[in-house]
Design a binder for this molecule. Structure first.
Ligand code: FAD
Length: 446
């Protein structure tokens, strides 16, 4: 099986790589990629750009913006010529206005690469466009940290409005059989991702029950709303200190009799956590004991908070809860993929990764086990995985793009997280961007 599997992974991976769209002639995309490359190569420049991205929403004038930009860039010791030119512009008032405008426009442009619109209404054309291209979406409403009950109520209200808006827009679209049905039955077109930490200000590791009790009524109401409009509700996973509380809460609510017939809902499993196989045991035991009309969707990711988990554990003198070798994380991702595929129809499986090897492995494993392509969903982040998303859609696979919606201020934390991910040393996207050969990109994790 292993040799056959490896051969199939290579075949699928190469076919996908060949189906990546070409960006020749797309100047804006090339510019974005160049900015990412520069940032990836130089830690000081990366830090300066992150600080600038953080401060943009707080600046009141172009002069102010330019002042910040040149101030941060002064801390970069080796400057490419384009940066030296930008800094000279900071010497005159007209130059500062132009530089400030260019900096703000650059950040806004970069943010729009990741964010589909300021609110669900503004995002609708992009969502329609994706659907036409054979790509479903899950919308994520960006927001600032929830520190009061009022903010949690407002987030819940925005989610409810988004469910209505999404249901209305998707109702009017042409059929896309691959995106709306698997062998178990219909899949909702409208799909919203939510964060429990935004539904309560009280989610704290030292008193998880308080956060659960406070978030429960808002999440229950959202589940009811999703069931009413026929949408899917996916609950994202955040850092480890809230994992137990979030998983327990979601599974407890979904087990309530009123939700036995719907809505379709899902949770996230993070493969970078060393104990993720035990978390999967918990999820599968729950699914076995809790028959629902629409099986739980499990989205497998590696995990977005790797640096945070390492730093937090070291600060407290705890053992590090995440794998510290990238290959160990990747191998665990493949093992969990296999277990999830084998657990169907108890759960529906969504593999969320931009790593060609991880994705090709899931597709190959499914096919070799006699599975139908329709019973495997592949998920990407808008702005980071667009090329892979289009390649997957062109190969007739089901793909869903995770689409953040929000204004520039709310989007900053998200943008910084994505920039970090895209410029991190140990990332498939950075290897791919730097021309690492396909054999290496598709090699088994070792
Ligand atoms: C649709 C979608 C939804 C998502 N939802 C969530 C979510 O709810 N919660 C969440 O946490 N993340 C979520 N993510 C983010 C996801 O975790 C990251 O995109 C992902 O970790 C990047 O992995 P990759 O397979 O694309 O890339 P790769 O380049 O293969 O992997 C990078 C990842 O490997 C891990 N890593 C890096 N260095 C090391 C190391 N030295 N040792 C061990 N591991 C290492 C980190 O997790 C890093 O992010 C989502 C992603 C997608 C596409």
């Amino acid at each position: 099986m292993d040799e056959r599997l490896e051969r199939e992974i290579q075949r699928v991976g190469r076919a996908l790589a060949a189906a990546f769209p070409s960006h020749r002639g797309n100047a804006l995309k090339a510019l974005d990629n160049r900015a990412m490359d520069l940032a990836a190569e130089d830690a000081e420049l990366r830090a300066a750009l992150f600080r600038f991205v953080d401060v943009v929403p707080a600046c009141r004038s172009l002069d102010d913006l330019a002042g910040h930009l040149t101030g941060y860039l002064e801390q970069v010791h080796t400057r490419p010529p384009s940066l030296r030119a930008a800094m000279r512009m900071g010497d005159t008032k007209a130059g500062r206005a132009a530089l400030g405008a260019a900096g703000a426009a650059g950040v806004r442009h970069m943010a729009h690469r990741f964010i589909v619109g300021a609110d669900p209404a503004a995002a609708l054309p992009a969502l329609r466009g994706l659907w036409r291209d054979g790509i479903a979406a899950s919308v994520d409403l960006l927001g600032e940290a929830t520190v009061t009950a009022g903010e949690a109520d407002r987030y819940a209200a925005r989610c409810a409005e988004a469910l209505d808006a999404l249901a209305a827009v998707y109702d009017a679209l042409d059929p896309r059989p691959m995106l709306e049905r698997d062998t178990l039955g219909p899949l909702p077109r409208a799909n919203l991702s939510v964060k429990v930490s935004a539904l309560t200000p009280l989610l704290r590791p030292e008193a998880p029950e308080r956060g659960q009790r406070d978030a429960a009524p808002r999440l229950r109401e959202l589940l009811r709303h999703a069931a009413r409009v026929g949408a899917h509700l996916h609950i994202d996973m955040e850092s480890l200190d809230s994992r137990e509380a979030v998983l327990e809460l979601v599974l407890a609510l979904l087990a309530e009799p009123e939700f036995a017939d719907g809505p379709s809902a899902g949770v996230v499993l993070q493969a970078y956590l060393r104990d993720s196989p035990q978390t999967l045991d918990t999820i599968l035991a729950w699914a076995r004991a809790t028959p629902r009309a629409q099986p739980l969707v499990v989205r497998l990711v590696k995990g977005a908070y790797w640096d945070h988990e390492v730093v937090a554990a070291r600060q407290h003198g705890w053992s590090v809860p995440v794998f510290e070798r990238k290959a160990d994380c990747d191998r665990n991702f493949e093992a969990l993929t296999t277990r999830l595929l084998e657990a169907r129809p108890l759960v529906r499986v969504a593999i969320a990764s931009h790593n060609l090897r991880s994705v090709a492995h899931a597709i190959a494993r499914n096919r070799l086990a006699g599975g139908d392509d329709a019973d495997l969903e592949l998920q990407i982040l808008r702005g980071l995985g667009d090329d892979l998303g289009h390649a997957l859609a062109s190969e007739g696979l089901r793909v869903r793009a995770y689409c953040p919606v929000g204004d520039l201020v709310a989007g900053m934390a998200y943008l910084v997280r994505r920039l970090l991910e895209n410029t991190a040393n140990e990332s498939f996207l950075s290897d791919h961007a730097h021309g690492v050969p396909i054999e290496q990109l598709l090699a088994p994790p070792a």
